[in-house]
Design a protein around this ligand. Structure first.
Ligand SMILES: [Zn+2]
Length: 133
């Protein structure tokens, strides 16, 4: 079975300012980040589509003990995209020490951040980011 949309393609899309996802031809649901099958009905009849890149924060956490190469504190949020899927990313432009439940429900725009290669990574990485809309 072949991946209809690879993570590499997803990240390349982000670098060009596009949020790519999968639309299920069977049930109409959207899947992002990419999976092998529809997150809703597990069907495999999927097409690659560009999503709006807009969403709403559903939940978040503040990271205070960061992995190598990251500077804490920072906020990791889950946002529900307009098309339905939930995406994980770093919330930027908000002071992590001021983060409160007021963030939940806030509208965000999806962006990206290039992560330079580190000792335990397989080269350059790309992370999803959110900024308040
Ligand atoms: Zn489906």
């Amino acid at each position: 079975m072949q991946y209809p949309l690879t993570y590499k393609q997803f990240y390349e899309g982000l670098k060009q300012g596009k949020v790519l996802g999968l639309k299920c031809r069977s049930c109409g649901a959207y899947t992002a980040p990419p999976k092998m099958c529809c997150a809703e009905c597990t069907g495999s009849n999927l097409e690659v589509v560009e999503l709006s890149g807009r969403g709403e924060i559903k939940t978040f956490t503040v990271i205070r003990v960061p992995p190598e190469g990251f500077t804490a504190p920072y906020i990791v949020a889950m946002a529900e995209l307009e098309e339905g899927p939930w995406l994980l990313g770093n919330l930027e432009g908000v002071d992590a020490d001021q983060a409160s439940l007021d963030l939940i429900g806030k509208k965000v725009k999806v962006g990206h951040k290039v992560i330079p290669p580190m000792r335990y990574s397989a080269g350059e990485g790309v992370a999803v980011t959110f900024s308040l809309a």
